[in-house]
Design a protein around this ligand. Structure first.
Ligand SMILES: NC(=O)c1ccc[n+]([C@@H]2O[C@H](COP(=O)([O-])OP(=O)(O)OC[C@H]3O[C@@H](n4cnc5c(N)ncnc54)[C@H](OP(=O)(O)O)[C@@H]3O)[C@@H](O)[C@H]2O)c1
Length: 289
């Protein structure tokens, strides 16, 4: 509970002076970089590295410096995001490790790579944070959960929250919640897409043109999500407000319940969480080989 109640303290002065590095120039690095720049960080203070130039264009459009040298990024940054695929984390950390100092905050977004593994691959006493974002970060509506390593202080977490506040919702929790967050929100995005697709297909079945049905379905998901978040009400309460006795919605909801949508959605979060745990165990075993 303490985690969830922690206030977000913004420090614009501090953010504008921070130097931010990204190792990896993929989708996740881009989504986070975009969010960070719509806060108080200046593009001149951000650098990104990757082996090829193929992903550099969109970073350059944001005014971010690009390089092929990971070490150049480490040496020029205070907060370093490690945004490569999980199987490359070991390679990258062993390459940069001797340049990491106690002034760095290392933030890994790699799925399944635990804080214990990060701390083992980094110099002793390094400040490591494990962050799990989701894809809507690219439109600044992400849901991000982070867990602090054993040498990361509360201030380090507060600084990360301040940096990321424009990426979407940012929460802190124990590391055990990261895999649950992956099932709920990382994979949850795809569950919502499946539901949106099915809504549209229902309308097509009833005779609406496909393009119109899909645009109305996506607006319905967006509107329902915003109302749920902004009202702060429990979903059951909002649902009951839409249900006129004997009306259309309660008939439709009855059909959904008969199809077991509630139980299968809960099971989907459960199996995605279990799979994240399993992949994490494999990644940890791999890094110890
Ligand atoms: N995508 C998601 O929804 C999501 C959600 C949560 C967490 N994550 C995590 O985010 C991480 C990145 O995912 P992504 O989707 O952004 O992957 P991605 O689009 O494939 O990007 C990976 C980036 O890493 C770069 N790279 C490869 N080897 C490197 C090296 N030795 N040194 C420096 N950079 C190197 C690649 O370089 P090139 O540009 O030259 O190919 C590429 O820019 C993963 O660990 C994933 O688990 C992703």
């Amino acid at each position: 509970v303490l985690y969830l109640l922690a206030p977000i303290k913004m420090d614009p002065e501090m953010d504008s002076q921070l130097k931010i590095g990204f190792i990896g120039a993929g989708n996740m690095a881009y989504g986070i970089a975009k969010g960070i720049l719509s806060g108080n960080v200046l593009p001149a203070n951000v650098k990104v590295s990757a082996p090829s130039s193929r992903n550099f264009g969109r970073f350059q459009e944001l005014g971010i410096t690009v390089t092929h040298s990971n070490i150049e990024v480490v040496c020029g940054s205070d907060v370093l995001f490690v945004a490569v695929k999980p199987h490359l984390v070991q390679l990258v950390l062993s390459e940069i490790s001797q340049h990491v100092t106690d002034r760095h905050i290392i933030v890994s977004v790699a799925a399944g790579v635990t804080l214990a593994t990060l701390e083992e691959l980094l110099p002793e006493n390094s400040v490591a944070i494990r962050l799990m974002p989701n894809l809507p970060c690219v439109v600044q509506e992400g849901a991000l959960l982070f867990a602090r390593g054993s040498h990361a202080k509360q201030e380090d977490g507060a600084l990360l929250r301040s940096l990321l506040h424009r990426c979407g919702l940012v929460e802190e929790g124990p590391e055990a919640w990261i895999d649950i967050h992956t099932g709920l929100s990382g994979s949850g995005v795809a569950f919502v897409y499946l539901f949106a697709e099915a809504l549209a297909e229902g309308a097509v079945k009833m005779g609406m043109p496909s393009a119109l049905a899909h645009s109305i379905a996506s607006q319905t998901v967006l509107g329902a999500g915003r109302l749920l978040r902004d009202s702060g009400k429990h979903p059951a309460q909002l649902r009951s407000e839409v249900c006129t006795p004997g009306g259309t919605t309660i008939y439709g909801l009855h059909t959904l319940e008969q199809g077991g949508v509630r139980a299968s959605t809960m099971s989907a979060v459960e199996s995605a969480t279990e799979r994240a745990r399993e992949l994490g165990r494999k990644a940890t075993a791999g890094s110890r080989k």
